[in-house]
Design a protein around this ligand. Structure first.
Ligand SMILES: [Fe+2]
Ligand SMILES: [Fe+2]
Length: 188
């Protein structure tokens, strides 16, 4: 069961299919940033060994995803442009509180980002024409769904405060952010 409170506008899929190079490039950057923020989380919580192990494994998977997307880009002759940032993730991460709520919020924000990625990768898996790409996106969507579950589990284990209430608030906020941002051929 996805954490998302809204579905992606169906027009997004048309934009994505019309500009596959832009989708692949943005997707590659998303995977790279997912790996980087996982490594950061590992570095900040040496006192939580189960979190360190699980998130380090996740970082490894995100780097494998990055390499898989780069390989498809190479095959299609698409170059990796500079990373122009991710306004969606930035907006969600601005909701992360400081102090005692910080770890809970970071884990829940990560779960929601995984959930949105999973939704959109699954849409691509169902709509792209090339079987190779359909297969890649189906595989990655499944992996991101696993990451979504993992971050929720870690939030329940390591977060302080009312986890379910905070999850509901952040999920509402995530849906508002998605509704506010322009529709573009990007993963978020
Ligand atoms: Fe990934
Ligand atoms: Fe992921």
């Amino acid at each position: 069961m996805s954490l998302l409170r809204s579905r992606t506008d169906p027009r997004w899929l048309d934009l994505a299919r019309a500009d596959l190079p832009a989708i692949l490039a943005d997707h590659a950057h998303c995977e790279k940033k997912a790996a980087a923020s996982a490594v950061k989380l590992v570095a900040e919580h040496p006192d939580r060994p189960d979190l360190v192990r699980a998130v380090a494994r996740l970082a490894q998977e995100e780097l494998q995803h990055f390499l898989a997307v780069l390989a498809e880009m190479g095959r299609l002759g698409v170059a990796l442009p500079p990373d122009t940032g991710d306004p969606y993730a930035q907006a969600l991460l601005r909701c992360v509180r400081g102090g005692a709520g910080r770890l809970l919020d970071r884990l829940l924000a990560a779960a929601l980002i995984e959930a949105r990625s999973c939704e959109r990768l699954a849409l691509l898996a169902g709509a792209l024409e090339e079987p190779r790409l359909r297969e890649l996106y189906a595989r990655l969507a499944q992996s991101e769904a696993g990451h979504e579950r993992l971050f929720v589990e870690l939030a329940r284990r390591h977060g302080s405060g009312d986890v379910e209430a905070r999850l509901a608030e952040l999920a509402e906020e995530e849906a508002r952010i998605v509704a506010r941002l322009p529709l573009l051929p990007r993963i978020h």
